[in-house]
Design a protein. Structure first.
Length: 164
């Protein structure tokens, strides 16, 4: 009799699959966070309280931003309580694990969906922070530039493909 195995390729193994012998976790990509020694990282995180909105386009961004903030002795939960825009359900779930309820969640779980949220909430007084992967699609960053929305875009982590 053969036993079925589950191959999980995502970066973070779901809780329901942890400690199971029938699950092999092999992430297709590896996420490499930027260091707090990076001047851009340090500057953006030190300005965290000055942003009106913070865009979260993935669960890895939530985890890495919190880790970097704690290394700098910054309390992101306190600062970001009412500022977060989430790309979708999974990202909102990871924010909720940090005691954050997003201000808004995109109806369409894409960068275009996040733009729709921005069009509802951004005003002349807005200052947007967009932490992201260095391999993120350029659409959202380009939108911020084209609409002349004051913002900081920060590559907070690199994504590299794992070699089998």
């Amino acid at each position: 009799m053969t036993h079925k195995k589950i191959l999980y390729l995502g970066t973070i193994l779901p809780y329901s699959m942890q400690n199971r012998e029938d699950v092999l976790h092999y992430p297709v990509i590896r996420v490499i966070p930027k260091s707090i020694e990076n001047e851009d990282v340090r500057l953006c995180l030190e300005r965290l309280s000055s942003y009106s909105h913070v865009l979260f386009t993935g669960k890895n961004t939530v985890r890495i931003l919190w880790d970097l903030c704690f290394q700098l002795k910054i309390d992101p939960q306190k600062i970001l309580k009412t500022k977060c825009i989430s790309i979708g359900d999974v990202t909102s779930f990871f924010l909720s694990k940090k005691n954050i309820t997003p201000l808004m969640q995109a109806k369409e779980f894409t960068q275009e969906g996040v733009v729709s949220c921005l069009e509802e909430v951004v005003s002349g007084q807005s200052y947007v922070f967009y932490p992201r992967s260095s391999l993120a699609r350029p659409f959202l960053a380009q939108y911020l530039i084209e609409k002349k929305i004051p913002h900081e875009t920060l590559n907070i982590y690199d994504t590299v493909f794992q070699e089998p």
